[in-house]
Write a protein that binds this ligand. Structure first.
Ligand SMILES: Nc1ncnc2c1ncn2[C@@H]1O[C@H](COP(=O)(O)OP(=O)(O)OP(=O)(O)O)[C@@H](O)[C@H]1O
Ligand SMILES: [Mg+2]
Length: 272
Protein backbone atom coordinates (compact mmCIF):
# COMPACT_ATOMS: atom_id res chain seq x y z
CA UNK A 1 0.00 0.00 0.00
CA UNK A 2 2.96 2.35 -0.39
CA UNK A 3 2.22 4.17 -3.64
CA UNK A 4 1.39 7.82 -3.49
CA UNK A 5 -1.95 8.91 -4.93
CA UNK A 6 -2.54 12.48 -5.84
CA UNK A 7 -5.67 14.58 -6.11
CA UNK A 8 -6.26 17.62 -8.29
CA UNK A 9 -7.62 20.93 -7.02
CA UNK A 10 -11.23 19.74 -7.18
CA UNK A 11 -10.42 16.69 -5.10
CA UNK A 12 -10.69 14.38 -8.05
CA UNK A 13 -7.84 11.97 -8.28
CA UNK A 14 -5.47 12.27 -11.19
CA UNK A 15 -6.12 8.80 -12.55
CA UNK A 16 -7.95 8.61 -15.82
CA UNK A 17 -11.19 6.65 -16.27
CA UNK A 18 -9.40 3.54 -17.48
CA UNK A 19 -6.99 3.55 -14.54
CA UNK A 20 -9.83 4.02 -12.08
CA UNK A 21 -11.86 1.24 -13.62
CA UNK A 22 -8.99 -1.17 -13.12
CA UNK A 23 -8.05 0.14 -9.69
CA UNK A 24 -8.29 -2.75 -7.28
CA UNK A 25 -9.90 -2.81 -3.92
CA UNK A 26 -7.76 -4.06 -1.06
CA UNK A 27 -8.75 -6.63 1.54
CA UNK A 28 -8.83 -5.15 5.00
CA UNK A 29 -9.81 -6.58 8.35
CA UNK A 30 -13.66 -6.83 8.26
CA UNK A 31 -13.73 -5.26 11.74
CA UNK A 32 -11.92 -2.14 10.56
CA UNK A 33 -14.14 0.60 9.16
CA UNK A 34 -11.52 3.13 8.17
CA UNK A 35 -7.78 3.28 7.58
CA UNK A 36 -5.90 6.54 7.03
CA UNK A 37 -2.33 6.16 5.83
CA UNK A 38 0.38 8.80 5.62
CA UNK A 39 -2.05 11.70 5.20
CA UNK A 40 -0.41 14.97 4.27
CA UNK A 41 -2.23 18.25 3.74
CA UNK A 42 -0.43 21.54 3.35
CA UNK A 43 -2.00 24.97 3.00
CA UNK A 44 -0.09 27.75 1.29
CA UNK A 45 -1.24 31.33 1.73
CA UNK A 46 1.07 33.98 0.28
CA UNK A 47 4.55 33.14 1.52
CA UNK A 48 3.46 31.01 4.46
CA UNK A 49 2.98 27.26 4.35
CA UNK A 50 1.15 25.32 7.06
CA UNK A 51 1.39 21.54 7.34
CA UNK A 52 -2.16 21.00 8.63
CA UNK A 53 -1.72 17.20 8.48
CA UNK A 54 1.81 15.89 8.61
CA UNK A 55 1.85 12.14 8.05
CA UNK A 56 -1.27 10.99 9.90
CA UNK A 57 -1.93 7.27 10.35
CA UNK A 58 -5.14 6.00 11.92
CA UNK A 59 -7.21 2.85 12.04
CA UNK A 60 -10.79 2.88 13.32
CA UNK A 61 -12.44 -0.38 14.36
CA UNK A 62 -16.14 -1.21 14.36
CA UNK A 63 -17.77 -0.01 17.57
CA UNK A 64 -14.78 2.12 18.53
CA UNK A 65 -15.20 5.61 20.00
CA UNK A 66 -12.14 7.78 19.44
CA UNK A 67 -11.63 11.33 20.67
CA UNK A 68 -9.19 13.67 18.93
CA UNK A 69 -7.97 16.55 21.07
CA UNK A 70 -5.39 19.23 20.45
CA UNK A 71 -4.79 22.97 20.43
CA UNK A 72 -6.56 25.35 18.07
CA UNK A 73 -5.01 25.19 14.61
CA UNK A 74 -3.52 21.72 15.14
CA UNK A 75 -5.40 20.21 12.16
CA UNK A 76 -8.46 18.57 13.76
CA UNK A 77 -11.06 20.01 11.38
CA UNK A 78 -8.76 19.40 8.41
CA UNK A 79 -8.57 15.75 9.44
CA UNK A 80 -12.36 15.40 9.80
CA UNK A 81 -12.90 17.14 6.46
CA UNK A 82 -10.43 14.85 4.67
CA UNK A 83 -11.83 11.67 6.25
CA UNK A 84 -15.34 12.89 5.42
CA UNK A 85 -14.42 13.48 1.76
CA UNK A 86 -15.30 17.17 2.11
CA UNK A 87 -11.68 18.08 1.47
CA UNK A 88 -8.78 16.06 0.10
CA UNK A 89 -5.25 15.41 1.31
CA UNK A 90 -2.28 16.26 -0.89
CA UNK A 91 -1.23 12.64 -0.56
CA UNK A 92 -1.93 9.52 1.44
CA UNK A 93 -4.74 7.02 1.56
CA UNK A 94 -8.20 7.00 3.12
CA UNK A 95 -9.56 3.50 2.85
CA UNK A 96 -13.17 2.70 3.74
CA UNK A 97 -14.56 -0.77 4.36
CA UNK A 98 -17.19 -0.11 1.71
CA UNK A 99 -19.20 -3.31 2.00
CA UNK A 100 -18.72 -3.72 5.75
CA UNK A 101 -17.09 -7.08 5.06
CA UNK A 102 -13.51 -6.05 4.39
CA UNK A 103 -13.60 -4.67 0.86
CA UNK A 104 -11.37 -1.64 1.25
CA UNK A 105 -11.54 1.15 -1.27
CA UNK A 106 -9.38 4.26 -1.21
CA UNK A 107 -11.26 7.56 -1.66
CA UNK A 108 -8.51 8.51 -4.13
CA UNK A 109 -9.28 5.68 -6.54
CA UNK A 110 -13.04 6.12 -6.43
CA UNK A 111 -14.97 7.80 -9.19
CA UNK A 112 -16.67 11.06 -8.20
CA UNK A 113 -19.97 9.21 -8.12
CA UNK A 114 -18.57 6.63 -5.68
CA UNK A 115 -17.14 9.40 -3.51
CA UNK A 116 -20.54 11.10 -3.37
CA UNK A 117 -22.21 7.82 -2.48
CA UNK A 118 -19.71 7.20 0.34
CA UNK A 119 -20.24 10.73 1.67
CA UNK A 120 -23.99 10.30 1.56
CA UNK A 121 -24.43 6.83 2.92
CA UNK A 122 -21.28 5.64 4.70
CA UNK A 123 -20.21 8.74 6.62
CA UNK A 124 -22.34 10.56 9.19
CA UNK A 125 -21.10 14.11 9.72
CA UNK A 126 -21.89 16.23 12.77
CA UNK A 127 -20.66 19.80 13.23
CA UNK A 128 -20.49 22.32 16.06
CA UNK A 129 -23.08 24.66 14.54
CA UNK A 130 -25.63 21.96 13.65
CA UNK A 131 -25.87 22.95 9.92
CA UNK A 132 -29.60 22.28 9.71
CA UNK A 133 -31.72 23.77 6.95
CA UNK A 134 -33.69 26.55 8.69
CA UNK A 135 -36.79 26.21 6.49
CA UNK A 136 -37.09 22.46 6.97
CA UNK A 137 -38.63 20.80 10.01
CA UNK A 138 -36.68 18.39 12.22
CA UNK A 139 -38.35 15.52 10.35
CA UNK A 140 -37.51 16.96 6.91
CA UNK A 141 -33.90 17.68 7.86
CA UNK A 142 -33.40 14.06 8.90
CA UNK A 143 -35.24 12.75 5.85
CA UNK A 144 -33.19 14.71 3.31
CA UNK A 145 -30.17 12.36 2.97
CA UNK A 146 -32.59 9.47 2.38
CA UNK A 147 -34.36 11.39 -0.38
CA UNK A 148 -31.01 12.13 -2.05
CA UNK A 149 -30.11 8.44 -1.64
CA UNK A 150 -33.39 7.58 -3.45
CA UNK A 151 -34.92 5.60 -0.60
CA UNK A 152 -38.64 4.87 -0.83
CA UNK A 153 -41.19 7.08 1.02
CA UNK A 154 -42.25 4.14 3.22
CA UNK A 155 -38.66 3.34 4.20
CA UNK A 156 -37.98 7.03 4.87
CA UNK A 157 -40.97 7.50 7.13
CA UNK A 158 -40.18 4.40 9.16
CA UNK A 159 -36.51 5.25 9.65
CA UNK A 160 -36.93 8.99 10.36
CA UNK A 161 -39.71 8.44 12.90
CA UNK A 162 -37.75 5.63 14.55
CA UNK A 163 -34.59 7.74 14.92
CA UNK A 164 -36.31 10.89 16.15
CA UNK A 165 -38.38 8.96 18.69
CA UNK A 166 -35.33 7.01 19.85
CA UNK A 167 -33.41 10.23 20.42
CA UNK A 168 -36.27 11.78 22.40
CA UNK A 169 -37.67 14.12 19.74
CA UNK A 170 -40.88 12.26 18.95
CA UNK A 171 -42.91 15.30 20.01
CA UNK A 172 -40.72 17.79 18.13
CA UNK A 173 -40.66 16.34 14.61
CA UNK A 174 -42.61 19.22 13.06
CA UNK A 175 -40.54 21.94 14.69
CA UNK A 176 -38.24 24.17 12.69
CA UNK A 177 -34.63 24.42 13.95
CA UNK A 178 -35.40 27.93 15.29
CA UNK A 179 -38.09 26.33 17.49
CA UNK A 180 -35.62 23.90 19.06
CA UNK A 181 -32.97 24.31 21.77
CA UNK A 182 -29.28 23.85 20.93
CA UNK A 183 -29.27 20.36 22.43
CA UNK A 184 -32.39 19.41 20.48
CA UNK A 185 -30.89 20.74 17.25
CA UNK A 186 -27.77 18.69 17.85
CA UNK A 187 -29.94 15.60 18.41
CA UNK A 188 -31.57 16.29 15.03
CA UNK A 189 -28.13 16.38 13.40
CA UNK A 190 -27.19 13.10 15.11
CA UNK A 191 -30.38 11.52 13.71
CA UNK A 192 -29.58 12.95 10.29
CA UNK A 193 -26.03 11.58 10.48
CA UNK A 194 -27.40 8.12 11.30
CA UNK A 195 -30.24 8.05 8.80
CA UNK A 196 -28.45 6.15 6.02
CA UNK A 197 -26.79 3.74 8.48
CA UNK A 198 -23.21 5.02 8.09
CA UNK A 199 -20.03 3.06 8.73
CA UNK A 200 -18.72 5.88 10.89
CA UNK A 201 -19.79 9.09 12.59
CA UNK A 202 -17.35 11.97 12.20
CA UNK A 203 -18.12 14.74 14.68
CA UNK A 204 -16.29 18.07 14.83
CA UNK A 205 -16.82 19.74 18.23
CA UNK A 206 -20.37 18.36 18.54
CA UNK A 207 -20.79 19.76 22.05
CA UNK A 208 -18.87 23.00 21.51
CA UNK A 209 -21.98 25.17 21.85
CA UNK A 210 -23.73 23.21 24.58
CA UNK A 211 -23.94 23.51 28.37
CA UNK A 212 -22.65 20.81 30.69
CA UNK A 213 -25.95 18.96 31.11
CA UNK A 214 -26.74 18.92 27.40
CA UNK A 215 -23.15 17.90 26.62
CA UNK A 216 -23.51 14.96 28.99
CA UNK A 217 -26.73 13.92 27.25
CA UNK A 218 -25.10 14.05 23.80
CA UNK A 219 -22.14 11.96 25.03
CA UNK A 220 -24.60 9.45 26.53
CA UNK A 221 -26.15 9.12 23.05
CA UNK A 222 -22.68 8.57 21.53
CA UNK A 223 -21.94 5.88 24.13
CA UNK A 224 -25.24 4.14 23.38
CA UNK A 225 -24.41 4.23 19.67
CA UNK A 226 -20.94 2.87 20.36
CA UNK A 227 -22.38 0.05 22.43
CA UNK A 228 -24.72 -0.73 19.53
CA UNK A 229 -21.64 -1.14 17.26
CA UNK A 230 -21.33 2.33 15.71
CA UNK A 231 -17.84 3.77 15.14
CA UNK A 232 -17.36 7.37 16.21
CA UNK A 233 -14.50 9.80 15.71
CA UNK A 234 -15.08 12.94 17.74
CA UNK A 235 -13.00 16.11 17.79
CA UNK A 236 -13.35 18.00 21.05
CA UNK A 237 -11.74 20.73 23.12
CA UNK A 238 -13.40 19.29 26.20
CA UNK A 239 -10.73 17.12 27.83
CA UNK A 240 -13.20 15.78 30.38
CA UNK A 241 -15.67 14.31 27.94
CA UNK A 242 -12.81 13.06 25.74
CA UNK A 243 -12.07 10.62 28.59
CA UNK A 244 -15.33 8.75 27.89
CA UNK A 245 -13.93 7.64 24.51
CA UNK A 246 -12.03 4.36 24.15
CA UNK A 247 -8.93 6.13 22.86
CA UNK A 248 -7.88 9.76 23.21
CA UNK A 249 -5.44 10.93 20.56
CA UNK A 250 -3.67 14.28 20.74
CA UNK A 251 -2.99 16.14 17.52
CA UNK A 252 -0.28 18.80 17.66
CA UNK A 253 0.80 20.77 14.58
CA UNK A 254 -0.59 18.14 12.24
CA UNK A 255 1.06 15.20 14.02
CA UNK A 256 -0.41 12.60 16.38
CA UNK A 257 1.79 13.16 19.41
CA UNK A 258 0.13 11.20 22.18
CA UNK A 259 -2.48 8.51 22.78
CA UNK A 260 -4.13 7.42 26.02
CA UNK A 261 -6.83 4.97 26.97
CA UNK A 262 -10.19 6.37 28.01
CA UNK A 263 -13.37 4.52 28.88
CA UNK A 264 -14.21 6.66 31.91
CA UNK A 265 -17.90 6.33 32.87
CA UNK A 266 -19.89 9.42 31.91
CA UNK A 267 -21.26 9.60 35.48
CA UNK A 268 -17.72 10.23 36.79
CA UNK A 269 -16.80 12.95 34.32
CA UNK A 270 -17.84 15.99 36.35
CA UNK A 271 -16.88 14.53 39.75
CA UNK A 272 -13.84 16.21 41.27
N1 LIG B 1 -8.53 26.84 3.82
C1 LIG B 1 -7.40 27.09 4.48
N2 LIG B 1 -6.44 27.86 3.94
C2 LIG B 1 -5.28 28.11 4.58
N3 LIG B 1 -4.97 27.59 5.80
C3 LIG B 1 -5.90 26.84 6.40
C4 LIG B 1 -7.16 26.53 5.78
N4 LIG B 1 -7.87 25.74 6.61
C5 LIG B 1 -7.10 25.55 7.69
N5 LIG B 1 -5.92 26.19 7.57
C6 LIG B 1 -4.80 26.19 8.54
O1 LIG B 1 -4.50 24.84 8.82
C7 LIG B 1 -4.23 24.66 10.21
C8 LIG B 1 -5.20 23.64 10.79
O2 LIG B 1 -6.52 24.18 10.79
P1 LIG B 1 -7.76 23.39 11.39
O3 LIG B 1 -8.97 24.18 11.10
O4 LIG B 1 -7.71 22.01 10.91
O5 LIG B 1 -7.43 23.42 12.96
P2 LIG B 1 -8.28 22.91 14.20
O6 LIG B 1 -7.41 22.00 14.98
O7 LIG B 1 -9.59 22.39 13.74
O8 LIG B 1 -8.48 24.25 15.03
P3 LIG B 1 -9.72 24.69 15.98
O9 LIG B 1 -9.54 23.92 17.26
O10 LIG B 1 -9.48 26.17 16.18
O11 LIG B 1 -11.00 24.40 15.29
C9 LIG B 1 -4.35 26.03 10.85
O12 LIG B 1 -3.07 26.60 10.95
C10 LIG B 1 -5.20 26.81 9.86
O13 LIG B 1 -4.91 28.17 9.91
MG1 LIG C 1 -11.59 23.00 14.07
Amino acid sequence: MGSKLEYNRCGENKMNKQERATAKSVRIDPDTVLIAENLIKTYTTGNSTVAALNNINLKVKKGEFIAIVGPSGSGKTTLINCLGALDFPDSGKIIYNVDGKGMGLDLAVMTNKQQKKIRLSKIGLIFQFYNLFPILTAYENVELPMIIDKKSPQEREKRVKYLLKRIGLGERMDHLPSQLSGGEQQRVTISRALVNEPLIILADEPTGELDTETTTNIIKIFLELKNAGESILMVTHNKRIAKTADRIITLTDGVFTHETKGGKPIEDIYKH
